[in-house]
Design a protein around this ligand. Structure first.
Ligand code: 5GP
Ligand code: ZN
Length: 296
């Protein structure tokens, strides 16, 4: 997974599925440190903490517009609706490598593509008296081409999410973009903050991406995760009225706006390993303190 030679037991183990890794204790120590650091940064605001399952209602993802915009990334969940007798005809196909799944049908859940999606329908139909804030932690899935270091299909994401008025969401996003940049820089990472776009799919792709860039709706914090491979390790997003319109919540009598800050935990861990080496015990004490939220 990483270019440079380091002790094998310190690094994620690959599996039969490309872009799906097993993580050992050392890697999880870094993930734990990041979770503590994010929690410490979030302490000044009244976030509601939610642990998010790795699946989400298919209807929510359809309504949220994800299928329309990113069908290539979505992992669907299928199951077998038939009876035992008809399965008898299909079961030999498992051994022979045939298409035993040919009668499977799509279920009412899909794999969660981003940690913040489950939050928006919880606001459905509400008038927000003040900003809503959520701190969510989830395992996400995206059907990514996964040959590049750090481009996983199954990865963990912590997000801070807010909903409220346009002014609140715009300034909240700006503040968190700056805060996350400071945190990562103080941890010894060389961060570049860039206007970005999402990988929209299909004929309207370019237009959507240009509009997103023009309005500066997405910023990415990009860092080397291995050698010359630079990737987004976090992002700060302003969705404007998108989710407020779909889920019909309001703030100050107008359609509610939303914003989120996303931390890609494996990528941040890889960037730190790339900068400081694989074992936390060998990292500078101030880096560990800053990351875990106990430093300056
Ligand atoms: P976004 O919703 O901005 O695309 O993703 C939020 C964060 O999740 C990214 O900044 C990145 O850190 C992480 N992320 C997104 N896609 C992948 C991926 O394919 N692999 C890994 N490891 N992390 C990802
Ligand atoms: Zn989000």
């Amino acid at each position: 997974m990483l270019d440079h030679a380091v002790a094998e037991d310190l690094l994620p183990l690959s599996t039969e599925a490309a872009g799906v890794y097993l993580f050992g204790e050392n890697f999880e120590e870094i993930i734990g440190l990041l979770r503590r650091g994010i929690t410490a940064m979030a302490a000044a605001e009244p976030f509601r903490r939610l642990t998010i399952p790795p699946v989400i209602s298919r209807r929510t993802i359809e309504r949220a517009g994800y299928v329309g915009s990113f069908p290539q990334l979505l992992g669907t969940v299928h199951s077998y609706p038939g009876d035992g007798r008809s399965w008898g005809k299909l079961s030999p196909l498992v051994e022979s490598g045939g298409d035993w799944y040919r009668d499977h049908t799509i279920s009412d859940v899909v794999l969660l593509p981003a940690a913040c999606y489950p939050v928006y329908p919880t606001l459905e139909g509400r008038e927000l008296a003040g900003p809503a804030r959520f701190h969510v932690d989830a395992t996400c899935f995206r059907q990514e081409a996964s040959s590049e270091t750090g481009r996983l299909r199954s990865f963990r994401m912590v997000e801070l999410v807010t909903a409220g008025t346009p002014d609140h969401c715009a300034s909240w996003r700006e503040r968190w973009l700056a805060r996350v940049g400071e945190w990562l820089s103080a941890a010894g990472l060389s961060v570049s903050v860039e206007v970005a776009d999402d990988p929209f799919f299909g004929p309207g792709r370019k237009l959507f991406q240009e509009a997103q860039r023009l309005q500066e709706l997405k910023f990415e914090l990009r860092v080397a995760v291995s050698g010359d491979t630079v990737q987004a390790i976090a992002s700060a997003n302003y969705h404007k009225e998108h989710f407020g319109e779909v889920f019909e919540f309001t703030a100050g009598g107008e359609v509610g706006h939303t914003a989120c800050t996303a931390f890609g935990l494996e990528r941040i861990a890889l960037a730190l390993i790339n900068a400081h080496g694989p074992a936390v015990r060998d990292w500078p004490a101030e880096v560990v303190a800053v990351l875990g939220g106990t430093g300056a």
